[in-house]
Ligand binder design. Structure first.
Ligand SMILES: Cc1cc2nc3c(=O)[nH]c(=O)nc-3n(C[C@H](O)[C@H](O)[C@H](O)COP(=O)(O)OP(=O)(O)OC[C@H]3O[C@@H](n4cnc5c(N)ncnc54)[C@H](O)[C@@H]3O)c2cc1C
Length: 308
């Protein structure tokens, strides 16, 4: 049987909500990326599990996407099925918050602050979903997911949903066991927060929002492109290398923040990749430091020709 007939059978099994050749640019913060063969938006964890099961049964590659805020998608797109996770049920039980992973992290942080629960203020204004944040161990202002995640429900490659503790994730700086690969899906996450005065928490969250508003450029971006090297900042190194505002096609290094790579309109993944390569080479030559990507590269882009 051919891949395209397997795809057709999967599309039929997924039903009328499945989209064919859906441009992934519409599902990423950078607004870059070619089509997914098939894409389905899931509104509950049960729907996510069902979509994964069907893709596996038909032998089709699949990937879960949250807000698409930490990925660069190839111009040729992504083969197989993309499952956009919008399962967003959130429950609080005293200081414990449990969220389906399609919930927006910033919205969860806002709710925690309103309830007078400390631990998530650093996530005020941070784009993307709880799932993407767990996978990438998102963090800012001395806080991160690793510090507050109690446990999570993980769909294993076997199809079983298993409760996993914080330690299972092997969190490191912007890294988890799931980001390393293996075909896991985080379905729900439980956070342990701490009761505190909600007014001072709200003031701290406002400060953080203001910091983001003034220090981060507005527009289509993937946020920090590179991880910060030990004892340094990728943005600082890129700026010191004279690359503020450097442009390739429609892609540009922000004038405001050297680690923010922007789509100024019409940028392709190839443009962004060329900018990444140039920044790496220039920083490498000038400072002898090898910048490591924080973002993930999806699909068959020019990065396949050379190791990313
Ligand atoms: C303006 C801006 C500012 C930012 N500031 C910060 C910051 O301060 N700190 C920070 O850490 N990051 C920051 N980021 C990056 C981004 O917001 C985070 O990495 C965020 O957690 C990504 O979430 P997402 O839902 O968009 O993930 P996506 O980009 O959708 O996915 C990222 C990876 O996780 C996988 N994935 C997503 N959901 C699941 C799931 N449920 N199960 C299994 N795999 C899954 C995807 O397949 C992909 O491999 C910023 C980005 C922008 C655009």
């Amino acid at each position: 049987m051919t891949v395209s007939s397997d795809l057709n059978m999967l599309a039929e099994a997924l039903g009328p909500r499945v989209r064919r050749d859906e441009p992934l640019a519409s599902h990423t913060c950078l607004r870059v990326g070619g089509p997914a063969d098939l894409l389905i938006v899931c509104e509950s964890a049960g729907e996510v599990v069902g979509a994964v099961e069907l893709a596996q049964r038909h032998g089709i590659d699949w990937r879960v996407l949250g807000g698409g805020c930490n990925v660069l998608v190839a111009d040729s797109g992504v083969r197989g099925l993309v499952i956009v996770n919008r399962a967003a049920r959130v429950e609080f039980d005293g200081p414990v918050a449990r969220a389906e992973t399609g919930a927006l992290l910033a919205a969860l942080a806002g709710e925690a602050v309103r309830r007078g629960l400390a631990g998530l203020e650093w996530a005020a204004g941070l784009p993307g979903t709880v799932g993407g944040a767990v996978v990438g161990n998102a963090g800012a202002f001395e806080g991160d997911i690793a510090a507050i995640l109690h446990s999570a429900t993980v769909l294993e490659p076997s199809g079983e949903a298993v409760a996993r503790s914080n330690e299972w994730f092997e969190f490191e700086y912007r890294l988890s066991r799931i980001k390393r690969g293996g075909g896991y899906v985080v379905l729900a996450a439980t956070f342990e927060l701490e009761p505190q005065d909600s007014e001072s928490l709200a003031a701290r969250a406002d400060e953080i929002l203001e910091w983001r508003r003034t220090r981060h450029p507005a527009g289509a971006t993937v946020g920090s492109t590179f991880k910060n090297p030990p004892d340094s900042h990728a943005g600082y190194l890129i700026e010191q290398a004279g690359l503020r505002g450097y442009r390739v096609g429609g892609a540009q290094i922000s004038e405001l923040h050297g680690n923010f790579f922007m789509n100024t309109g019409g940028a392709t993944a190839a443009d962004v990749w060329a900018l990444i390569q140039h920044a790496r080479a220039t920083v490498g030559q000038q400072f002898g430091m090898q910048l490591e990507l924080e973002i993930e590269l999806l699909g068959e882009g020019p990065w396949r020709q050379k190791s990313a």
